[in-house]
Design a binder for this molecule. Structure first.
Ligand code: 13P
Length: 258
């Protein structure tokens, strides 16, 4: 991947359509004249049409935070991959730890990933451990999460997979701290190796691996440079245009310096 991918996960924010529209306008302004960065806005499902650009905008895409794997039917409260595709979404986050805590098993995650890709979108699969043990046993969990999430995808479509490494202990306002870039880099290599067991090494080399968990304008550059992250998955700070602006600027500069 050439440009850095900056994914903005608004989670269940903001509280109104008016505020979501305003935030969407601000983010769209930030990516004007940017060539080396792809920003993916992921608002809550009801706000997707409010922020969707009228025309395809280079450098900006809209994504969903989750998608159900059956296209349509009697499933009260679900919104499917096909539905998000029909609204113009290009990405879907799948297997976020907050969805896994809500009951999404590895099997459900695999079905969701398959449906996203079948619907011609890219799946941003979240993986990460709850506890980082010194013996490195957490790596077994990460390997399992990666391999099981892509188990229903045909090999030729694995190019539509992006992995976001988000250790649970680094996520949210009660987070202990962000990971450090060096440890992210090692985990990203490990993720590519696990992916390679299914995809083969040629595809695994190209697999984008993002970092997520307490990303701010202060630590973003370290993850992109020292951690060699292909991009970032941002929660709380994605609601703060001033910080998003700085992060997009840094990502754009990195592309310019290639
Ligand atoms: P924070 O950036 O708020 O820690 O959230 C990370 C996350 O879960 C993004 O998906």
């Amino acid at each position: 991947m050439n440009s850095k991918l900056i994914v903005l996960n608004w989670k269940t924010n903001p509280i109104s359509g008016v505020e979501a529209t305003k935030l969407g306008v601000k983010i769209k302004d930030l990516i004007k004249n940017k060539k080396n960065v792809e920003v993916v806005m992921c608002p809550p499902a009801p706000f997707i049409p409010l922020v969707m650009p009228k025309r395809k905008n280079k450098g900006l895409a809209v994504g969903a935070q989750d998608a159900f794997f059956v296209g349509s039917g009697s499933y009260t409260g679900r919104a499917s991959s096909e539905m998000f595709k029909s609204l113009g979404c290009e990405y879907v986050i799948v297997g976020h730890s907050e969805k896994r805590q809500d009951g999404d098993t590895d099997e459900v995650v695999a079905k969701k990933v398959e449906s996203v890709i079948r619907s011609n979108m890219k799946a941003i699969i979240c993986v990460g451990e709850e506890i980082r043990d010194k013996e490195g046993k957490y790596l077994n969990l990460i390997r399992h999460q990666v391999i099981s999430a892509i188990s229903l995808v045909k090999k030729s479509y694995l190019k539509d997979v992006i992995i976001a490494y988000e250790p649970l202990w680094a996520i949210g306002k009660d987070a202990y701290k962000a990971d450090d870039p060096e440890s992210f880099f090692h985990n990203a290599v490990f993720i590519k190796k696990a992916f390679a067991t299914v995809s083969g090494s040629e595809m695994a080399v190209k697999l984008p691996v993002l970092y997520g968990g307490s990303v701010t304008a202060d630590n973003a550059l370290k993850f992109l440079v020292s951690g060699r992250a292909d991009g970032l998955l941002i929660g709380r700070v994605s609601l703060l245009p001033e910080q998003v602006k700085d992060i997009i600027y840094m990502a754009e500069q990195l592309g310019n310096n290639k």
